[in-house]
Ligand binder design. Structure first.
Ligand code: ADP
Length: 221
């Protein structure tokens, strides 16, 4: 039977998680996007929908009764308690959904690499459930430029978001593989292929699991 490797893919905002995720997909990995799951559990009828309204009130709804994610983002961005509350509501639902996707996938088992791309794998200590973590490197100058270009937000807010995140150097302690996304897309494609081949060549993940034992890291769950 094939050994299925299950890796987390992470990095700061606009570091290239979606871009790199797509490249892994092209190479044949089954890629799960935690952001997409988060959106789906928050949709009307989704697993976290009513609990979010129960806590934040109906004023966060748009005219179609959907949660206005922008409004919600604004509420939690400057309020750590509300942010924590939102995470307490959504994270278990996201994890549950992801587990369901993974087990559905495993029952089909036509690919042997599963990758979940998510922003907070390291910060939240959830990396411990993976066989390893792929961390994206992007220098701050490019990160700011790409964030501004992609999201069209003002520079002060973009800097604030970047500064509020855990730094690459801190995250590096938890990384199994690093992908440099500071160059051209072609360069990143080569990086992804390099890591993909490494994952396939060596039975790295199984060996690595112990080194990333949550109890030895002190990272909060
Ligand atoms: P994340 O998912 O981590 O937030 P994205 O994959 O959306 O990041 O990338 C952020 C932005 O940078 C996107 O607009 C994307 O098209 C662009 N981008 C990603 N990688 C590169 C690259 N190597 N060169 C130029 N632009 C890139």
């Amino acid at each position: 039977m094939k050994k299925i490797r299950y890796l987390g893919l992470t990095g700061g905002i606009a570091s290239g998680k979606s871009t790199v995720g797509r490249l892994f997909e092209k190479l044949g990995a089954f890629v799960i996007d935690a952001d997409e799951i988060s959106r789906s559990v928050m949709k009307k009828g989704g697993a976290a929908y009513s609990d979010i309204i129960g806590h934040f009130g109906e004023s966060i709804l748009d005219k179609n009764g959907e949660i206005d994610r922008k409004k919600l983002k604004e509420i939690v961005f400057n309020n750590p308690d509300e942010k924590k509350k939102l995470e307490e509501i959504t994270h278990p639902k996201i994890l549950q959904y992801e587990k369901q996707l993974v087990s559905e996938f495993k029952s089909k088992n036509d690919k042997d690499l599963i990758i979940t791309q998510a922003a907070l794998i390291i910060e939240k200590g959830t990396y411990a459930r993976f066989d390893g973590v792929i961390l994206i490197y992007l220098d701050e100058k490019n990160q700011l430029e790409r964030l501004l270009k992609r999201d069209g937000i003002d520079e002060a807010l973009a800097k604030k978001i970047i500064d509020s995140q855990m730094s690459f150097d801190e995250k590096l302690k938890y990384a199994t593989f690093v992908i440099d996304n500071s160059g051209t897309i072609e360069n990143t494609e080569r990086e992804v292929r390099r890591v993909f081949e490494l994952i396939n060549k060596i039975n790295y993940c199984a060996k690595h699991q112990k080194a990333y034992d949550i109890n030895s890291t002190g990272v909060q769950k």
